[in-house]
Design a binder for this molecule. Structure first.
Ligand SMILES: O=C(O)[C@H](O)COP(=O)(O)O
Ligand SMILES: [Mg+2]
Length: 428
């Protein structure tokens, strides 16, 4: 039998890393046994008594299952910080979200949240720009930012891509990003797209008097190539790079965080593929953990869901993610499986709401998120009956109305683009 890691009532040290798990033992396995195996396998032990684990070593490094609620199928484990390599997300995940997710002894196991101790927090840089730095970059302090995604997702050549971006900027978008699956395809190569689009972003800036940011996707087969692409952006005078964080992986993200600082680029994190492990509420890793790791490593803005759009994500879940992005001290919330986290001054990330949004949803988005959110509209801009620029203008008009507390219907009376958007998207 494994050593006994059940240690109810242990009060975690300030230097412990704490995890909360949802755990469902498989048939015939009792709750404490499953918790013990999970705690052992995520730290120092194996499936059976190992002679090479001395009592002294076990005493020094053993995990403590200090909370176990069988009815709630919830356990909390405190791990000595000595079990972890400082500054390494891959190593933390290999420990507390590695083998244990595959063990037969559980039917389901989900890493709900991690609280990082100050000593580990300080081994990560956190966001370089963060929410305040992005606001300074875009020179917008008092409202949500409006962004779009060039559509169709892929297929346009670089000239057409740049033209759609220009029309989005000219119509009122602050940010224009590539779609997650646009990288360096034959029909729209990375270099040419970046060069043409950044040139037209500059043109839109001079015409509108507003800062216009192009978020070019640097996702690539190797870190070396992603770094090269970031340096291409830097040389072209870009302010941002976009990364598909789940497909590229945590080592790549940590590498790019280093490079981005040298290149002076803000990092936009697209979370496509996260649902492969976050969507099942009974198994995998929560999006809360993913968001915390993104802030720890230092991405500047992160997609967190919309509540009202096409992607799944209940309001309380999305707001928990928002809090994790922006608060310095996150309070514990047992009912939501949220552990307390003091971020120790690590800069906040800019939350991004994107996916299935139309201009008509802006009043709801504003009431849900307030001003500290980037609202992104793909189809909601490029499907506007009067065209892309009008779609972007309709979004700015809907935002102006929301900020002034005027109904969209009233504001539309003397704002044509919004009036047409209401005709197309307001639920009858
Ligand atoms: O990358 C994204 O955020 C989505 O592609 C948004 O596109 P949509 O607004 O058309 O859903
Ligand atoms: Mg997309």
């Amino acid at each position: 039998m494994l050593r006994d890691y059940i240690d109810i009532g242990y009060s975690p040290k300030g230097t412990d890393l704490i995890c909360e798990f949802h755990i469902e033992p498989s048939a015939g396995v009792n709750f404490e046994e499953a918790a013990t195996h999970m705690a052992g396998e995520s730290s120092i032990d194996s499936w059976t008594e190992i002679a090479t684990l001395s009592p002294e070593l076990a005493e020094k490094l053993k995990p403590h299952v200090f909370f176990a609620d069988e009815k709630a199928q919830t356990v909390r484990v405190a791990y000595s910080e000595d079990l972890f390599e400082l500054g390494s997300v891959p190593q933390v995940l290999s420990a507390v979200a590695g083998n244990i997710l595959s063990m037969k002894i559980v039917d389901n196991l989900r890493l709900q949240d991690i609280t990082f101790p100050k000593s580990m927090l300080s081994s990560f840089k956190g966001p370089n720009f963060g929410l305040p730095g992005i606001r300074k970059l875009v020179e917008v302090q008092d409202r949500p930012l409006i962004g779009t995604i060039v559509k169709p997702k892929v297929g346009l050549n670089s000239e057409k891509h740049a033209e759609v971006a220009y029309n989005s900027f000219a119509g009122g978008c602050d940010l224009v990003k590539d779609d997650e699956n646009l990288t360096d395809q034959k029909f729209n190569g990375f270099e040419k797209r970046a060069e043409l689009t950044l040139k037209l972003a500059e043109k839109a800036e001079s015409e509108t008097g507003e800062k216009k940011m192009y978020l070019c996707n640097v996702t690539a087969p190797t870190c070396k190539e992603m770094i090269r692409r970031m340096n291409v952006l830097k040389d072209l005078g870009a302010s941002y790079a976009m990364i598909d964080i789940v497909p590229v992986g945590w080592t790549a993200i940590q590498t790019l965080r280093e490079e981005a600082e040298d290149a002076g680029l803000a990092l936009h994190a697209h979370r496509c593929m996260h649902s492969a492990y976050t969507r099942n509420p009974r198994h995998g890793i929560s999006m809360l953990v993913v968001a915390k790791l993104c802030r720890l490593v230092g991405l500047d803005q992160l997609h967190i869901g919309t509540v009202v759009g096409k992607m799944h994500g209940e309001k309380h879940e999305v707001l928990n993610l928002r809090d994790q992005c922006v608060l310095n001290k996150v309070p514990a919330d047992e009912s939501q499986h949220v552990l307390a986290q003091d971020w120790g001054g690590l800069k906040p990330m800019f939350p991004v709401a994107s996916g299935g949004l139309a201009p008509t949803m802006i009043p709801d988005l504003y009431s849900i998120f307030g001003k500290d959110v980037i609202m992104q509209f793909g189809g909601g801009i490029h499907a506007h009956p009067m065209g892309t620029a009008a779609g972007a203008t309709a979004c700015r008009q809907a935002l102006e109305a929301s900020l002034e507390g005027i109904s969209l219907q009233n504001y539309a009376k003397d704002h044509k683009e919004l009036e047409v958007a209401l005709g197309k998207w307001l639920k009858k």
